[in-house]
Design a binder for this molecule. Structure first.
Ligand code: MG
Length: 256
């Protein structure tokens, strides 16, 4: 099932995508969907980020070929950091290039969307707390990230977590092709099977530390091929069985 969050006129709602239609559901997507009756054409709604995470728990250096290209070793345990909920945008929204950065990179990643409040999840039982999977771009101001030991500022700007275009509930996350394209040119091409720490291991590890809430997202790390984007570029993250997340880069307009 494909779950989306959509806007039609001034109404925002969750829906299930079937073909070219969006079937509106009553309430949230975290219980068995109750169809509310309204059906919209996909072209008549604007898709929003498919969930509203209280936090995005991201994993650094989870593909060995990416750790190698950064000239960094791989930590034995998952390396975690948090992106704020305010960094989330949807497919079709614009990533704002901060005026205070000189290098802003794409990082195409598989996003895991949590479906249930959970803690102390066993690795083997991870699927029971997952709603589904989406495409994610862990946008990073690389110069700012590298200038300090904490990554919050370099990875926490508004618009630095494109998510979408929807949540796919019926796939296994372990062997999916993942590709990032910049202006239609392929820059990252890998497979989720190359992750060092699997989705199950990540959920067990993260939920040993903190409660995960419905709609929270885990950014599972990026494969090799990261690189800079420029204002005006179009970046796409495509994951097999899910879809394609598309965003344009625009310049920052300061208030006043
Ligand atoms: Mg990343």
């Amino acid at each position: 099932m494909r779950i989306c969050r959509a806007k039609h006129k001034n109404e925002v709602f969750y829906g299930v995508i079937e073909g070219d239609s969006v079937l509106r559901i009553a309430g949230g997507p975290f219980d068995k969907p109750e169809y509310e009756g309204s059906i919209y054409s996909l072209s008549d709604v604007r898709l929003l980020a498919p969930c509203e995470p209280s936090k995005i728990v991201a994993v650094g250096k989870n593909y060995s070929a990416h750790a190698a290209e950064m000239n960094e070793g791989q930590p034995e345990e998952p390396l975690l950091f948090i992106k704020p909920g305010t960094s989330v945008i949807g497919s079709g929204d614009t990533v704002i290039y901060p005026a205070i950065s000189k290098r802003v990179d794409y990082e195409g990643e598989l996003g895991i969307v949590i479906g249930k409040k959970c803690r102390y999840v066993k690795e083997k039982e991870f699927a029971s707390v997952v709603l589904g999977y989406t495409c994610l771009n862990d946008v990073t101001a690389r110069d700012i990230q590298k200038s300090v030991s904490q990554w919050t500022r370099g990875k926490g700007f508004d618009t630095f977590c494109p998510l979408g275009p929807w949540i796919e509930t019926d796939i296994e996350p372990g062997r999916l092709n993942i590709e990032t394209r910049l202006n239609k040119e392929t820059r990252q091409s890998s497979n989720t099977s190359y992750m060092t720490h699997s989705p199950g291991k990540l959920i067990a590890y993260i939920s040993r530390t903190m409660t995960l809430l419905p709609g929270d997202v885990i950014a599972t790390g990026t494969p090799e091929g990261i690189g800079p984007m420029q204002i005006g570029d179009i970046v796409e993250v495509e994951i097999e069985g899910i879809g394609t997340l598309v965003n344009k880069i625009t310049s920052e307009i300061m208030p006043g």
